[in-house]
Design a protein around this ligand. Structure first.
Ligand SMILES: [Zn+2]
Length: 291
């Protein structure tokens, strides 16, 4: 069974590169925390594969967050990865409304796809496009086109056990000596990929099946893993956005504490009235308790 990893490759002597990733354990850890119906599982898996592929291109330390917001049975999906390949994901949906066999359009309805790059240091960048195309892969291809980034194509797969994806990208630096047909050819070949190949074969085997007639250089594998980035400090930040008097009222109502429940991993952070007064004090004195 494939392990959780990502591998880059490039077509020799050409400006086309690619990445393939496979997720089993990390995907199962996400599924184990909620009772998702299969159509939602599949989209979560595809979204996890997509953020793993995109985050590995980040040229900075930080997170890449994919959000799907729609008016269909699936109202929100969030998948996040950082440059170290640490992944988490969650979905909100109407249990009654999701029907077996539902796919992209039936699940999401009309809405938007939001990509956020959240560097550990520096400013956030966010891009938004309407949900278009018949799949998450198509919507992401559309995103790259709209934001005038490098031509990029995604091929995403998931079932109830594993997820995986392939990304192809044209880099700047095309010259007349290059094979002009390589990009459309590599995309067309990738279009023949089947889920059972990506989810069951090794990355080397998948690449061999697709591109054995091309000259490919494969780089070393990067591990991927489930890891939630929640923390007590982040929960404090969430509490700071609530009005202090309202916060005190909640603490009183709940018998002396407030709990922040991480929806990604179910970790609970408990704050008692002393903690809440400390937050109020920090707000007054401008102390930033973030480490
Ligand atoms: Zn968490």
């Amino acid at each position: 069974m494939p392990s959780d990893s990502l591998q880059r490759f490039h077509f020799r002597d050409s400006p086309v590169r690619g990445e393939l990733c496979q997720l089993t354990q990390s995907y199962r850890e996400v599924l184990a925390r909620h009772d998702y119906p299969l159509p939602v599982q599949v989209l979560l898996g595809q979204a996890m594969a997509a953020v793993a592929l995109m985050a590995s291109m980040l040229k900075l330390e930080g997170s890449l967050i994919l959000q799907i917001q729609g008016d269909g049975p699936l109202s929100l999906l969030v998948a996040e990865s950082n440059e170290r390949g640490e992944l988490r994901a969650i979905a909100r949906y109407d249990h009654e409304a999701v029907i077996a066999g539902d796919e992209w359009t039936a699940l999401t309805g009309q809405g938007q796809l939001v990509l956020t790059i959240d560097p550990d240091e520096g400013q956030r960048y966010q891009g938004i496009v309407p949900l278009e195309g018949g799949s998450l892969a198509a919507a992401l291809g559309h995103y790259f086109q709209q934001s005038e980034q490098l031509p990029t194509e995604f091929f995403l797969f998931a079932d109830s056990q594993a997820a995986g994806g392939l990304m192809l990208q044209v880099l700047p630096g095309h010259d007349d000596g290059d094979d002009p047909d390589l990009w459309p050819r590599s995309v067309n070949l990738a279009g023949t990929l089947r889920a059972e190949e990506v989810l069951a074969l090794s990355i080397e085997e998948v690449l061999y099946r697709l591109y054995h007639e091309e000259s490919i250089e494969l780089f070393s594998a990067h591990p991927l893993a489930f890891k939630c980035t929640c923390s007590r400090a982040r929960s404090e930040n969430a509490l700071r956005s609530i009005d202090m008097d309202e916060l005190r009222a909640i603490v009183r109502e709940q018998g002396g504490f407030i709990e922040v429940d991480c929806q990604f991993c179910h970790q609970r952070y408990r704050f008692d009235s002393v903690d809440v007064e400390q937050l109020a004090h920090d707000a007054l004195t401008g102390t930033d308790s973030l480490q």
